[in-house]
Design a binder for this molecule. Structure first.
Ligand code: CO8
Length: 257
């Protein structure tokens, strides 16, 4: 598939997607969404790929949903056509996705970064949910994921005032996993993705699925789910290999990667 709004590459076992609408600070329109979903699904189905990275430009990861596209939308169309409903597909990708964020991650941009499994940010990154300044509120997880990831106080602050927070504050409050100098951002994200891709793929996928359960169910149910999947790992050759390699003081070779 030829893409116009994203650039898609592979780096060994890593699928790399660069959002590419520089004239609009990578604002997320329907065309970009369609392409992003297609590229993610293709990497998810590709046995050679173990993890993915989504990134933007130095200036913007994404400055939000495309305001110009949304401006004349009417309620009846938004509702009946489930405007933005397709964004949920990003969260159904089963292999890990890292968001490598430099510059603005605002509105839908911040929400897209939160749909990824973790965020590595450049020092220049700025996160925010400025929808309130446009007469709307977040529509793709900003009120829900942000509240779960950083807590009520910070989520309310960001969603109600529309202010931006920098990378340091985002790391402090748990939105961001690591902050690195801008020039190291992509390399750091690719290295993390390569590391993930070197492990047993079913174990990686089950780990992602299980951590995500923590945000969807009770602690008791989450612990039960974790234990059952943990038990199932003893059916994998990769468990035998990983533990044999440890006791044999050698590097494991995971067959299912
Ligand atoms: N939509 C459309 N175009 C945009 C957007 C956007 N979100 N952001 C920037 N642009 C365009 C500008 O219009 C401008 O285009 P032009 O040159 O044709 O006028 C170009 O990008 C460059 O932008 P600026 O000149 O404004 O650049 P600055 O460096 O002066 O400012 C800012 C950068 C502060 C990021 C500024 O562009 C800005 O405030 N952008 C809007 C941020 C925003 O409000 N985002 C929230 C959008 S609403 C939303 O995301 C709803 C979420 C619902 C779910 C969506 C799921 C995907």
């Amino acid at each position: 598939m030829a893409y116009e709004n994203i650039i898609v590459e592979t780096r060994g076992p890593v699928g790399l997607i660069k959002l590419n609408r520089p004239q609009a600070l990578n604002a997320l329109n329907s065309a970009l969404l369609g392409e992003l979903n297609a590229a993610l699904a293709a990497f998810d189905a590709d046995g050679r790929i173990g993890a993915m990275v989504i990134t933007g430009s130095e200036k913007a990861f994404a400055a939000g949903a495309d305001i110009k596209e949304m401006q004349s939308l009417e309620f009846v169309d938004a509702y009946t056509k489930d405007f933005l409903g397709d964004w949920e597909k990003v969260t159904r990708i089963r292999k890990p996705i890292i968001a490598a964020v430099a510059g603005y991650a605002l509105g839908g941009g911040c929400e897209l970064a939160m749909m990824c499994d973790f965020i590595i940010a450049a020092k220049t990154a700025k996160f925010g949910q400025p929808e309130i300044t446009l007469g709307v509120m977040p529509g793709m997880g900003g009120t829900q994921r942000l509240a779960r990831f950083v807590g009520k106080a910070k989520a309310m602050d960001l969603c109600l005032t529309g202010r931006m927070m920098d990378a340091e504050e985002a790391e402090r409050c748990g939105l961001v996993a690591r902050v690195v100098p801008g020039q190291d951002l992509l390399e750091e994200a690719i290295q993390a993705a390569e590391k993930i891709a070197s492990f047993s793929q079913p174990v990686v996928m089950m780990t992602k699925e299980t951590v995500n359960r923590a945000y969807e169910t009770t602690l008791a149910e989450g612990l039960r789910f974790e234990r059952r999947l943990f038990h199932s790992m003893f059916a994998l050759e990769d468990q035998k290999e990983g533990m044999a390699a440890f006791t044999g003081k050698r590097t494991p070779y995971f067959k299912n990667r």
